[in-house]
Design a protein around this ligand. Structure first.
Ligand code: BES
Ligand code: MN
Ligand code: ZN
Length: 506
């Protein structure tokens, strides 16, 4: 069920939900703070209503509205115990990403408090961030609970959020809330697909989900089954999927704006619905995490749903290469030589480096669409986690201009991403003695050689980005606008930010 979100001008504590959350800017100067409490005048009316109990509590807890500081407070009014939470926003003004985090944390608190209704009171100025706030509410409230039964089921779901603004709302306030909510739900769709177990989401099921979303959003969608994959010459996708009884699929979703588009984007996602490693099998410990190896593909489904809601004046294509990597009598082997869609031959060295193979065919297909931007995202290498830690995407860019553009988009989105170098010195590692290119290099620089391998398949595409999301695609602790352990949907907000920037260019 979608959360009901409504925004209107409302004084703090004037609404009476299960939980009240107040965003508070730290006072800029002692002048704007109350002399007695140091708190901003914004909350002094609450303090008066509570007969000074709030300021006394704030003083004791040393709450000064520093960024991310939290003050939680219970009080008795109108015959009920009520809960109030203040969240510090620092000196502000809050960026869109900070506004999203604020609302996301509020929604997380609401779930933890088993609240079904929540009021979110904004400091003056934050009413201009309704879209980001609505995104945050949906994202923060997200959990993956469908497989719990009995006691393990959540006791309450957040059903309505009242946004209480301190100043007049703009005329398109409702539109902003609706758009933010649609984007938040699109990212949650990506999380759902990634969190689903591998017996539920296999290649055909992933393709069916992409089709369902496309139909519901009015997007065009094409699905290639195994026969069509072979007919078109996508032999690398076939190779990776050959060890599974569950056939591979290729999906092409397109958004074409009504008025002639200025630019064309092609996004590509790795959709390995389960990665055992194949014949080069992975160790048993932690293998269950490899159900998330289709997070890049899930992001394509979520991104396209968000694009359908945003309706930018650019063309956007989403491509998914989906396969299950299993060991079997029919599985592909180290030593095999396979031909890619663009005709290059590849010497297979390790069947656990399957992602780059299916992406190679998808990139070859994508570059034939003559995109202005070709962007792939994939849970590609453990080496990227070694380089940057588990919370940061390593991205590669074919030139500095697009690299800077992408880094800026990630900054605006508030997603942690860092540019990695395409070191030409390492190119030798993927030279093959028997085929055009070798699938893997040695252990050192493993994320870079994977990127260099992918680059072989982009042809003359000028602007290419490869985003290795192996770390941040999942999380093991709540933070910011992510509550649940598991899939995060990390990446979608950056892609959207880039799309919007390019669409706004003249
Ligand atoms: N799906 C994995 C990469 C991965 C590792 C994602 C950890 C998320 C967390 C990928 O298919 C893989 O197995 N990569 C190998 C490549 C190696 C065989 C060259 C790796 O990183 O070890
Ligand atoms: Mn693998
Ligand atoms: Zn993989």
């Amino acid at each position: 069920m979608p959360i009901k979100i409504a925004a209107k001008v409302a004084a703090p504590l004037s609404l009476s939900p299960d939980l009240s959350v107040v965003g508070v800017y730290a006072p800029h100067t002692p002048k704007t703070a109350s002399k007695k409490t140091g708190l901003p005048s914004q909350v002094s009316s609450i303090d008066r209503e509570l007969k000074g109990a709030l300021s006394a509590h704030a003083l004791r807890e040393e709450f000064t509205a520093k960024k991310d500081q939290v003050l939680s407070f219970s009080y008795f009014a109108q015959g009920k115990v009520r809960k109030l939470i203040l969240i510090g926003l620092g000196e502000g003004p809050a960026t869109a990403a900070e506004a999203r985090t604020f609302a996301g944390r509020a929604a997380r608190f609401a779930n933890n408090e088993k609240a079904t209704s929540c009021a979110l009171y904004l400091p003056p100025g934050l009413e201009s961030r309704l879209r980001a706030l609505a995104e945050g509410i949906e994202l923060g409230a997200y959990r993956f609970a469908k497989y719990f039964t009995g006691d393990r089921r959540p006791k309450a779901d957040l059903a309505e959020v009242h946004i209480g603004a301190a100043a007049k709302l703009s005329a398109d306030a409702k539109k902003q809330v609706d758009l933010g909510q649609a984007i938040g739900r699109a990212i949650n769709l990506s999380r759902d697909l990634s969190n689903e177990p591998p017996n539920v989401i296999y290649p055909a099921a992933l393709a069916a989900s992409a089709e369902k979303m496309s139909k519901a959003s009015g997007l065009k969608v094409q699905i290639f089954d195994h026969k069509e994959i072979l007919r078109r010459g996508m032999h690398l996708i076939d190779a990776v999927g050959r060890g599974s009884v569950r056939d591979p699929r290729f999906v092409h979703i397109s958004y074409v704006p009504r008025i002639k588009a200025k630019k064309r984007f092609v996004f590509v996602g790795k959709g390995v619905t389960f990665d055992t490693g194949g014949i080069s099998i992975k160790p048993a410990a932690g293998m269950q995490e490899m159900k998330h190896d289709m997070s890049g593909a899930a992001n394509i489904v979520g991104l396209m749903a968000a694009v359908a809601a945003l309706k930018p004046n650019v063309e956007v294509h989403g491509l998914i290469a989906a396969a299950e990597n299993m060991p079997d009598g029919n599985a592909y082997r180290p030593g095999d030589i396979c031909k890619s869609l663009d005709g290059k031959t590849v010497e297979i060295v390790n069947t656990d480096a399957e992602g780059r193979l299916i992406l190679a065919d998808a990139l070859a297909y994508g570059r034939a669409l003559k995109p202005d931007y070709l962007i792939d995202n994939a849970t590609l290498t453990g080496a990227c986690l070694v380089a940057l830690g588990a919370g940061c995407t390593g991205f590669y860019a074919s030139n500095d201009t697009v690299g800077d553009q992408f880094a800026k988009a990630a900054g605006v989105a508030g997603e942690s991403m860092w540019r990695m170098p395409l070191l030409e010195d390492l190119r030798d590692q993927i030279r093959s003695d028997v085929a055009d290119v070798k699938q893997t290099g040695d252990r050192y620089g493993g994320s870079i050689t994977a990127a260099l391998f992918l680059r072989e398949f982009i042809g003359d595409t000028k602007n290419w980005i490869h985003a290795d999301i192996a770390g941040p695609a999942t999380t093991d602790r709540p933070s910011g606008w992510t509550q649940a352990k598991g899939a995060t949907g990390h990446g979608i907000l950056t892609f959207l930010s880039l799309i919007e920037t390019v669409a706004a260019e003249r």
